[in-house]
Design a protein around this ligand. Structure first.
Ligand code: SAH
Ligand code: SF4
Length: 425
């Protein structure tokens, strides 16, 4: 392949040879000739309006109108915007679109979990990129797992995304665009039903009984592809759009950002975004974490936990979630569990045990279920709420074996891992 990597001062292509800590994004976003207004923050909308001659005195009012149509009503064409003058609608349509990112594939599993493969333009015209976005319905909430990068800047050894060489940062519009696509496919806009071909959510057992007027997507987790704190500005702008009370209005307390530990940006995330934080810890000793999460060589556990202790807004009501992937014979001993409890002492924390989701070519295996239970018991006895939903996990495994259907494309392990990953409350 002609793709090369540049790595912290070393010549391009050496990152993998050195077991590199981080990659540099290889591609940039190139805006299409006729850009979409979907997913844009207010400032970008104002700028777009300025380019088509909307006078500054009208800018705020026009932005407000667009905001309402795009984010409250889910408008898919300018003609729907009945409160905007016909003339302006025509000018808008001449210069912009309301296009969403393209859905390349949709998979629906028996329990209502659905995964969309979303196609995004590449810098090279005939080489588009794909990211994943997953919706997980539960009785009390519906969680959308959103990607922040194509591939990932980092190389965690147990993570499939980390093996991808190509990295591109997503724009705020592309990050918000994933939520817009999900709402389109779920018919999750006022007065809207799912489009032809999309399976109605009420077919699924979960969220079938959602209250009238409430939305299917109630929670967001930045846990898809990519390291959000290596794309901080775009992730910040996107989250602020998703949390905006006059638009989509998902409370910041229902938005969780997961990081592998980009220490210098943790404080900024707290100050500039103010969402719930999840930290991918995965090991209690630096030697092991260096191997699992190579970024640990730059920001070791001590520094990471110090940044967590100082996370703006941290309190017992707003705890940090520590994620811990269960790898058989690697990090799953009872001694590890005890060390984990000691390590987190004094930090308002929740612990999420994630069953490892294997992928072709990985050297790791998921811990035995009995071991996960024993590990979980140590944590539970230390006063943390049930860190992995054992019974539910069992149900899913059972259901999967018995109810295989053509539309069910996520593996049982994948769904179990997904649920554990998003279990942040
Ligand atoms: N880059 C960020 C967010 C995306 S990954 C981060 O690392 O936190 C979201 C979570 O999934 C992380 O906790 C990550 O460690 C975990 N994860 C990655 N690959 C996994 C796998 N194969 N099985 C289980 N969890 C995995
Ligand atoms: Fe990137 Fe997170 Fe995967 Fe590590 S676990 S490679 S940071 S996506």
């Amino acid at each position: 392949m002609s793709v090369s990597l540049s790595f912290a001062g070393a010549p391009a292509g050496t990152a993998e040879l050195l077991g590199g800590i981080e990659k540099t994004p290889l591609e940039r976003y190139v805006a299409p000739a006729k850009p979409s207004l979907v997913g844009l923050p207010r400032a970008d909308l104002a700028q777009a309006l300025a380019t088509i001659g909307v006078p500054p005195s009208q800018s705020k009012m026009r932005v407000q109108q667009l905001w309402h149509w795009i984010y409250v009503r889910g408008a898919q064409n300018f003609d729907a915007m009945t409160s905007v003058s016909k003339e302006l609608r025509a000018t808008l349509a001449q210069h912009f679109t309301l296009d969403r990112p393209q859905v390349a594939a949709e998979q629906v599993s028996v329990d209502g979990t659905r995964k969309w493969l979303i196609r995004l333009p590449g810098e090279i015209e005939d080489r588009p990129h794909e990211v994943e976005c997953v919706y997980i319905p539960e009785a009390e909430r519906g969680t959308l797992c959103v990607s922040s990068q194509v591939g990932c800047t980092l190389n965690c050894s147990f993570c499939h995304t980390g093996t991808q060489r190509l990295v591109r940062n997503l724009t705020p519009g592309e990050i918000v665009g994933q939520l817009i696509v999900a709402r389109d496919r779920l018919g999750d806009w006022p007065g809207r039903t799912p489009p032809d071909g999309a399976k109605a959510l009420t077919d699924a057992p979960a969220r079938g009984g959602k209250e009238a007027g409430s939305r299917f997507v109630t929670n967001i987790v930045m846990m898809g592809m990519g390291e959000p704190l290596y794309n901080l500005e775009a992730v910040r702008d996107a989250i602020l759009v998703m949390a905006d009370n006059e638009g989509i209005g998902i409370s910041k307390r229902k938005i969780t950002l997961s990081t592998s530990g980009v220490v210098p940006n943790i404080k900024r995330a707290g100050e500039e975004i103010g969402v719930m934080l999840a930290v991918s810890l995965h090991a209690v000793r630096d030697d092991l974490r260096n191997e699992l999460v190579p970024l640990n060589r730059k920001y070791p556990i001590k520094d990471l936990l110090e940044a967590c202790r100082n996370y703006p807004g941290l309190s017992n009501a707003r705890r940090i979630t520590f994620e811990y992937v269960m790898l058989k014979g690697v990090n799953d001993s009872i001694a590890d569990a005890k060390a984990l409890v000691r390590l987190l002492k004094g930090i308002p924390a929740k612990i999420n045990l994630i069953p490892f989701n294997p992928w072709p070519g990985t050297k790791y295996e998921c811990s035995e279920w009995e071991q996960i239970e024993k590990f979980s018991e140590v944590i539970f006895n230390a006063g943390y709420a049930s860190p992995v939903r054992t019974p539910r996990g069992r149900n899913i495994l059972a259901a999967c074996g018995q109810l295989k259907s053509a539309s069910e494309k996520l593996s049982a392990r994948e769904r179990l891992a997904l649920r554990a990953m998003v279990m942040t409350e």
